[in-house]
Design a protein around this ligand. Structure first.
Ligand code: 2AM
Length: 169
């Protein structure tokens, strides 16, 4: 199964991100992420065997994470595969990313990306990767819980299912 560790946005923020995705699509084209799929990936694990997935679910379910607040104040793009995102630098998220990967390595996982760019993907396959005309943003994302998410590939994109959440801190 294909898994990743993520933060899921609070309800009000999800609504705001959805509005931004609509605005961005008007300017840039491409496909919007479904509202209920909006997330921040902290660690992409790729294909994981059933038993390892079960062990990860138990680990996430028992392990509170330090809470924090992420300030999203930037638009960005990844040329391939035409991603338009919102995000922002955050030392607290970098520490969380770092500590999660330290524990994941002990589990035997590898594949940590060289650079961690905290972002929420709003559009894929955008025709235009120009974000200068998009509104200035300054959003706050208070986080409390980590999610283990499974990704299913379907004809019209990926579908996500949350398998486990860490206890509320
Ligand atoms: P993206 O939003 O920038 O596409 C599920 O696919 C999540 O894992 C998405 O957030 C995606 O990031 C990220 N992801 C997918 N493939 C990845 C890879 N090979 N390396 C790092 N992150 C990946």
């Amino acid at each position: 199964m294909r898994l990743f560790l993520a933060l899921e946005p609070p309800h009000k923020l999800r609504e705001r991100l959805s509005e931004l995705a609509e605005l961005a699509q008007d300017r840039c084209g491409g496909r919007r992420m479904p509202d209920d799929s909006l997330h921040l990936t902290l660690a992409f694990l790729g294909e994981v065997a059933e038993e390892q997935g079960a062990a990860l679910s138990a680990w996430v379910g028992e392990r509170p994470i330090p809470t924090g607040e992420w300030r999203l104040d930037a638009w960005g793009t990844f040329r391939r595969p035409g991603i338009v995102w919102v995000g922002g630098r955050s030392p607290a998220l970098e520490r969380l990313h770092e500590s999660l990967w330290a524990e994941l390595s002990a589990f035997g996982f590898s594949g940590r990306a060289e650079h961690f760019v905290p972002h929420v993907t709003l559009l894929r396959r955008a025709r235009q990767l120009e974000t200068r005309s998009l509104p200035t943003i300054d959003l706050s994302w208070p986080w409390r819980r980590l999610s283990l998410v499974r990704s299913f590939t379907e004809n019209d994109g990926a579908r996500y299912e949350t398998l486990a959440r860490s206890p509320a801190a």
